[in-house]
Design a protein around this ligand. Structure first.
Ligand SMILES: [Mn+2]
Length: 422
């Protein structure tokens, strides 16, 4: 249990996928400096352990990060902070951003939360609306000139689609994804064993110098509710929660607005996702414990359906790994991997299958039990014969999969594309 967390919250993958896609290669290439503090602590304790430390032990190793977290803010009072949500806004990164904004406000910092990707997941759109959040959508023309610092949570690297002033420094970077190289910032806290970034932020609130109390502060109630939703979402309703996630939830429980939590948690499957699932089932290609399904052309706004449909297909008996892919927005081959296998590492698997582009950026990646990939169609997007294009794409992708899992197979093409578009 302690070694196998799985993050199947249906909305957490988008952030993951995007962070993976947008340049972990770059991070490694830039040789970004180690986060010394957490490393030296690991080293100091490691000789005592003959076996790998448990989540709880690992967590204790870094429990003094809270003090360091607040010290970071002491030096930047009244400065302007840009809180960036990378990838699609999801419950975990929204909760984290709100908690960070709350802390920053105690140091009289002016902060703005921005996101870059459209909020495509219907539940996340509902989350933003129901929480009445002030998130700004930023395109590449977003004016960053007034910001002294920026912060990134719940993402594997620091690449951003906007240009920051050269003086704008990374103040805070908090994450729970697989570490790929290291990040240089004033405060960096990466805990791979945590089920959520929201749980790490809760620890700062729990042990911090400011009273976090929903009875005096309606904002605290909203933040607590968002954090619990983030933890639940990223841990697949606590099935994959770590000690840290449980402890965070224990603290947050008394501040949660239960009506609001019920409102933002209400699950429903959009009709488009159901349609997509039906297509994926029709086109399933089972190879041993693998199930592959190419669903054809998918509209940009229905992209999340691919991951949700892979989640659903994974429940089929005898199947350990599911990959669903399609052409999203007529510009990108986009896929989601889900696995129950104890031996398959989605990150390695997808990187092995698809490799990287000429800049060293991998086409796919993941962590624990889920992953995703995105391959731009480039000039092929202009192909006027969509049917032919799909045949080419499906053949190429399927052959890569077959080669990887060591089966010989003829890829089957369903020529009827009229039913593919959902
Ligand atoms: Mn997360």
């Amino acid at each position: 249990m302690t070694t196998k967390h799985q993050l199947n919250g249906d909305s957490s993958e988008e952030g993951l996928k995007h962070t993976v896609m947008q340049g972990e290669g770059k991070n490694v290439r830039n040789g970004i400096k180690q986060d010394k503090s957490s490393n030296s602590q690991e080293h100091a304790r490691s000789p005592k352990h003959h076996v790998s430390p448990s989540d709880e032990e690992k967590d204790l190793l870094v429990s003094n990060r809270t003090e360091e977290f607040y010290k970071t803010f002491e030096k930047v009072r009244k400065k302007n902070l840009l809180i960036c949500i990378k990838g699609y806004p999801d419950p975990d990164n929204i909760g984290s951003a709100l908690a960070l904004q709350w802390v920053a406000s105690h140091y009289e910092m002016f902060s703005t939360i921005i996101y870059f990707e459209e909020i495509s997941h219907h539940e996340n759109r509902a989350l933003v609306k129901k929480l009445d959040l002030e998130l700004e959508h930023a395109d590449k023309n977003f004016d960053t000139s007034k910001f002294d610092f920026y912060a990134i949570n719940d993402a594997q690297n620091t690449d951003l689609p906007i240009t920051l002033p050269p003086t704008c420094e990374l103040l805070v970077f908090v994450d729970h994804h697989k570490t790929l190289g290291t990040i240089q910032g004033r405060f960096v806290d990466i805990r791979e064993w945590s089920g959520s970034t929201s749980a790490i932020y809760t620890e700062y609130l729990l042990n911090g110098p400011f009273l976090f109390d929903s009875t005096d502060d309606p904002q605290a109630s909203k933040i607590a509710t968002s954090l619990v939703h983030g933890i639940r979402s990223d841990t697949n309703d606590y099935i994959n929660a770590s000690y840290l996630d449980y402890r965070a939830s224990e603290f947050l429980a008394k501040h949660v607005d239960r009506d609001l939590l019920a409102l933002i948690s209400r699950q429903s499957i959009p009709a488009k996702t159901m349609d997509l699932t039906q297509i994926a089932l029709q086109r399933k290609d089972i190879r041993g414990t693998f199930m592959f399904s190419g669903v054809g052309f998918v509209r940009e706004e229905d992209r999340d359906g691919i991951g949700q449909c892979a989640d659903y297909l994974l429940s089929r008996e005898g199947i350990e790994t599911v990959v669903v892919y399609g052409v999203v927005g007529n510009s990108m081959i986009d896929g989601s991997l889900r696995t129950k296998s104890h031996t398959l590492d989605p990150d390695k698997w997808l990187k092995d299958v698809f490799g990287h582009d000429k800049n060293g950026t991998f086409y796919g990646g993941g962590r624990k039990n889920k992953g995703g990939f995105q391959i731009p169609l480039g000039v092929f997007a202009k192909c006027s014969d969509k049917e032919l294009l799909w045949i080419l794409i499906k053949k190429t992708i399927d052959e890569l999969f077959y080669e990887k899992i060591g089966v010989e197979g003829k890829t089957s093409i369903d020529g009827d594309l009229s039913s593919t578009k959902v």
